[in-house]
Every structure is written in C-alpha cells, then in structure tokens.
Ligand binder design. Structure first.
Ligand code: NAD
Length: 381
C-alpha cells in the first residue's frame, strides 16, 4: 500500500498534536514539516526524527512527493496558505477556523470546486470523540425523540490573568473574535453535527473581561502559564467571554456560553440535547460516557464499550472499556477520518467537517459578533 505523504505547516501548540496523530495512522506517513521560525522547526524535527524540515510554505508545497498538507498556522494566514495548498492540487487539512471572514471563506469554497480531485477538511476534532459519534447515532435513531433544545458551554481559564496573552486577542491575527471563533466554533460545529440542525438565528452578548492586558515583549507559547518579566500594556478588543442564544432551521432553540477566563477549567466542553422523549449529555472532561435522562424512567450513564458501541462510533475507539481514551485519541480519530476518506477514493459525504460547513461556522461567528454589537437577533441568510 502506498502511504499518503503528509506535510505539516506550523510547529506551534497544535502542530505537535498533528505530528503525533499522523504518526499513529497507518494510512499516512509524516514526510515533512515547515515553520517560518527556523529554530523551532529544527527543534521539532530533531525531537520527532523528521528528515525534511522547511522554513517556508512554498518549499513544502513545491515538494512533489507530498500528497496532503496540514495548515496549523494562526488564523489570519489561513486564507492565503489554504488557497496555495488547494492550488497545488494537494489534499488540504486546515485548522479551524477556516479563515477570519465569510467572504474569505466563500473564496476558499469556490476555489476548491475547481480542484475536485483533492480532499479538504477543517479540523473540528471533537466530532470524532467516540461518544460524540454515539450521541449522533442515538439522536438519528430517535432515541430521544424530536430535538427541542440544545444547551452547554466551553470553558477554559488560560486567559484568566492580565499577564496572560495570545494572538487570539488581536483582531489583525485572529479575526474579530477571540473565544467564539476559537472554542465557540467547536461548540457550534459539534452540536450541528450531532443534531443535523443548522443554527439560523443568533442573539449574543460578548464581553472583553480584561480590557487592558500586559503583553510580553518576548511571546510565550499558547496555554503556558509563564508570567512575562518585560511587557507592554495593550488595549484588548476581542472577547474572552460570550453567551449566545440561537434558533435552528428545524425549530429547535438553544443557548451556550464560552469563556477563556473561567478559573479551574482546562477544557470543560459540554452539551446537552433535550428531546421530546429523553435527554443526552456529553462532557469532554468525562469523555467516555453519555448521560441519558428520562422523566419517567431511570436516568443512566452509557459508558464507552467497543463491543456494543454504534457502527458510526466504532472506527474512532480502540481500547477496551475502562481503559481511558482521551483528547489525543479523538483528535487522531478526526485526522484518521480524513485519510480514510482519501484512501477510499473520496466517495460520499464525509463525516469530518467540509469547507462548506466550516465556512458556515465563520458566517455564524460574524453574525454573533454583529448581534452583540447591535444588541439584536441576527438571522443568518
Ligand atoms: N483543533 C483544535 O482543537 C485547535 C487547538 C489549538 C489551536 N488550533 C488552531 O490551530 C492554529 C494554530 O494555533 P496554535 O495555538 O498552534 O498557534 P501557535 O502560535 O502556537 O503556532 C503557530 C505556528 O505557526 C508558525 N507560523 C506563523 N506563520 C507561518 C508561516 N507563514 N509559515 C509557516 N509557519 C508559520 C509560527 O511560527 C508558530 O510556530 C489556529 O488556527 C488555532 O485556531 C486548533
């Protein structure tokens, strides 16, 4: 079997998870990495024993041996780099968000149509947690009846102090949203994916909780708690907290909130779906189980068990029941879905997020920012 050769651009926080995922999938081979930070690229190449290490996107794209390219750069670079990957004819695996504005997203979707022989995915990795797939399967099988209400949150604390800083707070790099684009995008993608509903109306309240932050003169890595010694004070425009009410195209309603200043939370990502017969809830911090609730019956936990799990969830779980699988395993599952789709000849509707679906998340993010500014409901058309 010819393995699909992968190149990964961007060796920061998430780039490493991509390296580890690719290394664990038999269908593909980690062939090269690239980062404009030559020193960082060299360190990562050495640590992971990667022979080919480039310092520019062009060098990696000009390597004709590479079949698929992962884009793990900051958001503002996604448009240009994703465009170049698509035009190279190689398969594209972009980190989320797809890009920073909807016109850019549409440009990418339109461009991709001219290259039907390559695949494209945006990395909404939570989809491939086995119990998220299990939830999707049970909702499709009518186990909870008609979907009426979706609620939940995604909470983290890595921006809690005024000495915490990230490019995600800078509109020029992240786009006009910090936590909605960063983690609200995951919430909306996951809930739309499992329910089959589309969010079509939003009413939001976003808040910049810490309006002045201390930005380190020398940047620290994302999610580190290192306190800078030399810094400058900068005004913050993007939000670290947001609450969103929404309505869906199939008549359901819901509300979620996201925060990156919620002390004690690393990855408290959860959603509950209330149907006409029962409820289902998943929480990333106890990711091996679903809570199922009834009005007239015993509430219960459904524990991950590869022997009885649904066919939809089965490809994304491997360890026996009781052996903890975690974030990295679900992450690998999403990337596996991409390579499996390519190796199966790109037939049918992929289970991972397409460019069209990710473009819609960018559209929702823009509508949420607008709704909060204008203090009104916004319909997504
Ligand atoms: N799917 C997830 O759960 C998840 C989690 C974290 C981050 N992300 C996404 O991944 C992307 C990167 O985030 P991060 O936290 O890893 O950022 P980061 O700042 O830690 O890393 C970005 C890397 O890109 C490199 N880079 C910048 N410009 C480049 C260029 N022109 N060519 C090559 N390399 C370049 C930087 O040197 C840096 O090493 C973002 O879009 C983010 O939203 C996704």
């Amino acid at each position: 079997m010819n393995k699909i050769k992968a190149g990964i651009i961007g060796m920061g926080y998430i780039g490493e998870s991509h390296i580890e995922a690719v290394r664990r999938i038999g269908l593909c081979e980690l062939y090269a990495i690239a980062d404009t930070n030559a020193e960082l690229a060299k360190v990562k190449a050495g640590y992971y024993g990667i022979e080919k290490c480039y310092n520019t996107v062009d060098e990696l794209l000009n390597d004709s041996d590479i079949d698929a390219v992962h884009n793990c750069t900051p958001n503002f670079l996604h448009l240009e780099i994703n465009k170049n990957i698509i035009k190279s004819g190689k398969h594209l695996l972009s980190e989320k968000p797809l890009c920073t504005t909807y016109p850019e997203a549409k440009e990418l979707v339109d461009l991709k149509k001219e290259y039907p022989n390559s695949a494209a995915m945006v990395n909404f990795n939570y989809r491939m947690n086995p119990m998220v797939q299990e939830m999707k399967s049970r909702i499709a099988n009518d186990d909870i009846g008609d979907v009426r209400i979706a609620t939940g949150s995604y909470q983290q604390d890595w921006l809690l102090y005024d000495t915490d800083y990230s490019w995600r707070l800078e509109p020029e790099i992240a786009g006009n949203s910090c936590c909605i684009a960063d983690i609200g995008s995951h919430w909306m993608d996951a809930v739309q994916h499992i329910t089959g509903h589309k969010i079509v109306e939003v009413m939001a309240d976003l808040k910049t909780v810490i309006p002045i932050r201390k930005k380190a003169k020398k940047q620290t890595e994302t999610f580190t708690s290192n306190v800078p010694t030399e810094f400058e004070e900068v005004e913050i425009k993007n939000e670290e907290y947001g609450a969103v009410m929404f309505k869906t195209d199939k008549g359901a309603t819901g509300v979620y909130h996201v925060s990156e200043v919620a002390a004690g939370h690393g990855c408290y990502f959860n959603f509950e779906i209330n149907g006409s017969k029962a409820s289902l809830r998943w929480n990333q911090e106890e990711n091996d189980r679903l809570w199922m609730g009834f009005r007239n019956g015993d509430n219960r936990y459904i524990i991950r068990n590869p022997n009885v799990i649904s066919a939809e969830a089965k490809p994304y779980t491997s360890l026996a029941m009781g052996h903890p699988e975690g974030w990295n395993d679900a992450f690998k599952g999403n990337i596996y879905a991409f390579y499996k789709y390519i190796s199966d000849g790109m037939k049918g509707e992929p289970v991972f997020s397409t460019l069209e679906q990710a473009a819609y998340i960018v559209k929702l993010t823009e509508a949420i920012v607008k709704s909060s500014k204008e203090r009104k409901w916004i319909q997504i058309i």
